[in-house]
Design a protein around this ligand. Structure first.
Ligand code: CMP
Length: 139
């Protein structure tokens, strides 16, 4: 069993497709074991995306991520990290396979509907960035 962090980004929240995104995870056999709706501020968003600091898209990314509420959630299941990434599709929705979350719900590489951890190491860091151990209802 593996856990991974998922964020439903401001564009997907404002399009009212939170449930549709979560349905993709549940239909793939993944379970939501922690979830909350929050509005990130500049410091929290910058810290979360620290690995991208200095890249040309960093400021736009941070400003976008604080533009509205997001859902942060922990997803659990066999191979959850890879499964989540497959369900999300390519970072750039124009390159994402049909049927993936980004192909179906995202508009651009910036407003790309969802974030998912890309490795076990980042999942560990990203989950603990938003949740305490006792906030995960592992089952
Ligand atoms: P995410 O998976 O949340 O991780 C970093 C985000 O930066 C990414 O999704 C995109 O929304 C955004 N981004 C914007 N431009 C780029 C780019 N050229 N390469 C990667 N990510 C980008």
């Amino acid at each position: 069993m593996q856990t991974t962090l998922s964020i439903i980004k401001p564009d997907a929240v404002s399009k009212n497709v939170i449930g549709k995104v979560i349905e993709r995870f549940e239909d793939a056999g993944l379970k939501i074991v922690a979830s909350k709706m929050i509005k990130l501020d500049k410091e929290i968003a910058s810290g979360f995306y620290a690995e991208h600091e200095g890249k040309p898209f960093f400021e736009k990314l941070v400003n976008y991520m604080i533009s509205g509420p997001v859902i942060v959630q922990v997803i659990c299941g066999e191979n959850a990290i890879l499964k989540n990434r497959e369900l999300m599709g390519n970072t750039d929705p124009s390159k994402a396979d049909p049927g993936t979350i980004r192909a179906d719900f995202a508009d651009s590489i910036d407003a790309n509907a969802v974030h998912g951890s890309d490795s076990e190491e980042s999942a560990k860091r990203e989950i603990s960035y938003f949740f305490k151990d006792d906030e995960l209802f592992l089952r």
